[in-house]
Design a protein around this ligand. Sequence first.
Ligand code: ZN
Ligand code: CU
Length: 490
Amino acid sequence: MPFRCDLIIRDATIIDGTGAPRFRGDVAVEGDRIRAVGDLSAAVGEQEVLAGGLALAPGFIDAHTHDDRAVLCGPECQRCKVSQGVTTVVVGNCGISLAPLRLARRPPPPLDLLGDESWYRLGSFAEYAEALAKRPSNVNTLAFCGHMSLRMEAMAGDVYRPANDREIAAMQARLREALEQGAAGFTTGLYYPPNAQAPTEEVIAVGEALREVGGIYMTHMRDEADGVLDSIREALRIGREIGGEARPVEVIISHHKCAMPENFGRSRETLALIDRLGQDQPVAFDVYPYPAGSTVLLPERLRQDVPVRITWSVPHPEQAGRDLDDIAREWGMTRRAAAEKLLPAGAIYFQMDEADVRRIMAHPRSMIGSDGIPHDAKPHPRLWGTFPRVLGHYVREVGLFSLETAVHKMTGRTAQVFGIPDRGVIRPGAFADLVLFDPARVIDRATYDDPTAPALGIERVWTNGVEVYSGGELTGAAPGRFIPNPRRSA
Ligand code: ZN
Ligand code: CU
């Protein structure tokens, strides 16, 4: 049928995000939606793009980010993501969310991953959504409400202890309000010293709001090392107890890993456990394609057999990018003492096994999430490299899985797990979030030494039908939207 529309991308290799085999065809866009897919030679586009056989996929969804603040400061702040083909980010992870929280003093780690107190100025989730509408990003945002942010408010900053009943009630009410105002769920970071003080019962009690309003429970688990199996059991128990055995709340395990040399290889056990428990309740996980992690610097948890590189330091910004061992040697002190002197600070920890990373990534329940930390002086390269690294290194060079599977783990699967409507797939009626890339050339270039080098092979990116990236440059357009809680019950 002949028709006119805003944009036609012609002669693309379409990888539709469902995991189905690629096919050659055209995609027509009208406004913010895909109008038609297939042989559209009879149709005419206001603008026509000749893809010449390059791959066209749904815009990538970054399942795990700390972009709460980055999405609020305009298109430039998301250059690292859009240059990878990302068009939607999930924020509020690891118990850390910008809203709802107002702060007068510097927050304890890890809340300062997002910045100092001057960034914590949003007293409600409604204010967060409003701020995004007023100054949109070039990516869409799905936002979670963080346990630690709730604790800071309810416990008046005194967070190195379990919450009492009154504080739990206050957190639960705040979470309920946040879910009603658009938060997609509740996240925890039980690994971190202040939140490690929270017993399982505290999390279940606050999480009650998820059953009432609807939402997902997502967690940076209490222990990703020796106690990883118990942590998985805890996370899934939380999902069951909140929702009830009949309707357990959906659980997402963040950046799944088996940390520390003595646990290398244990992803066989963790994945088997997740699969067994997953027969009776919904569970998924995200993973980043690197054998090193990154978070705040925690001197009390350093180990001689885990190399550490500094990503930022408030008192010693000049040490960002250097190995902690070199700094300690230069300063003539122990690693521990050098680490104390660098605080507050962030670090990269080389603490995983490549075989585990691959096994976890290849598992059918996985989604790709960068866990990039956007405000670090010398960030972990995952911030700029995650998606092209999966497509170029793990698909093309290693052959870990097919291109269709890789794209599915970045798009259709992710949209399905989070319940994001009409995204993550190329089909008529879906939002026109699209990325055109060269499968033969796409590759990450960010490294530990040069962590902000942009990827190669990502040619053009559209968010909601508007081009946001072309020929290696941002277009300056900011068509990103806030995606309200997809799991909210009527
Ligand atoms: Zn985390
Ligand atoms: Cu994280």
